[in-house]
Design a protein around this ligand. Structure first.
Ligand SMILES: Cc1cc2nc3c(=O)[nH]c(=O)nc-3n(C[C@H](O)[C@H](O)[C@H](O)COP(=O)(O)O)c2cc1C
Length: 239
């Protein structure tokens, strides 16, 4: 039974284009996959907390050595990661803010990219110290931008820091099957906006009709129990 994780991250409600497009995807996906399950996470209306000093200390402490306070600090992160691991397909609505992602979606990424849960670190392997722990998932990122020309060859392509960031960070944890669908022209409006939304919607309905992976890869859940020192050595980015 395929499982879809639906994430919205726009702070806007009815006026949000990404919300409208992800809703179209979910509706069509359910028609095409009648026995499916959908989990919904609205991080636009219910923002996630940023990671804290306690969170970072807990994440880099082996699971069997964590205090109750450390376990509490990671509770939401564990919930979000479990939710991600359960999904076969992820559709995420992401507004384009200041040439990148909104802070709400970045907070989500910081909660789910976690040593020992979604990637491993082994400093002894100099060629390839990081190992992704997620496999077999498809992700569809649904983006809306105010201006236009951020796509390949466009006048704003060099200012599009969102697409490359998404590809890098999700590839880092093993989500390599990433489709990016973007609407543009929210700030220009008129026919340019309508045409762009229609084009995005067509692509979304095409993707929603495709066969999806049937099974989430749950192997990482067992691997998290291993906590050798090398896997938990911080990568130098945390304080
Ligand atoms: C804080 C903020 C920053 C934005 N920055 C950009 C930007 O850098 N480039 C752009 O083309 N549009 C920008 N926009 C416009 C949004 O990308 C656009 O309104 C989009 O439709 C938002 O997604 P939503 O409709 O799902 O809320 C910005 C909007 C806001 C509120």
């Amino acid at each position: 039974m395929p499982h879809l994780l639906h994430i919205d991250s726009s702070p806007r409600s009815d006026r949000s284009h990404t919300r409208g497009l992800t809703a179209d995807f979910v509706q069509s996906w359910q028609v095409n996959h009648p026995n499916s399950t959908v989990t919904y996470r609205d991080i636009g209306r219910s923002p996630l907390p940023h990671v804290t000093e306690e969170w970072i200390a807990a994440a880099f402490t082996p699971p069997n050595e964590r205090s109750q306070a450390m376990q509490d600090a990671l509770r939401l992160s564990n919930e979000l990661i479990d939710e991600l691991l359960m999904a076969d397909v992820i559709v995420a609505g992401i507004p384009f803010y200041n040439f990148g992602m909104p802070s709400g979606f970045k907070a989500y990424i910081d909660q789910i990219v976690r040593i020992g849960r979604t990637f491993l670190f082994n400093p002894d392997n100099e060629e390839s110290p990081y190992t992704p722990l997620i496999h077999g998932k498809r992700m569809i990122a649904v983006i809306s931008r105010g201006d236009s020309g951020y796509g390949s060859g466009g006048r704003n392509e060099k200012n599009n820091h969102l697409d490359p960031h998404l590809r890098t960070v999700f590839r880092f944890i093993g989500v390599t099957d990433l489709e990016i669908i973007a609407a543009e022209n929210d700030e220009h409006g008129g026919a340019a906006l309508v045409n762009s939304l229609e084009s995005a919607r067509r692509n979304i309905l095409r993707l929603a009709a495709e066969d999806q992976p049937q099974k989430g890869d749950l192997a990482p859940l067992t691997r998290t129990r291993r906590s050798t020192k090398s896997q938990l050595i911080p990568d130098g980015r945390q304080g």
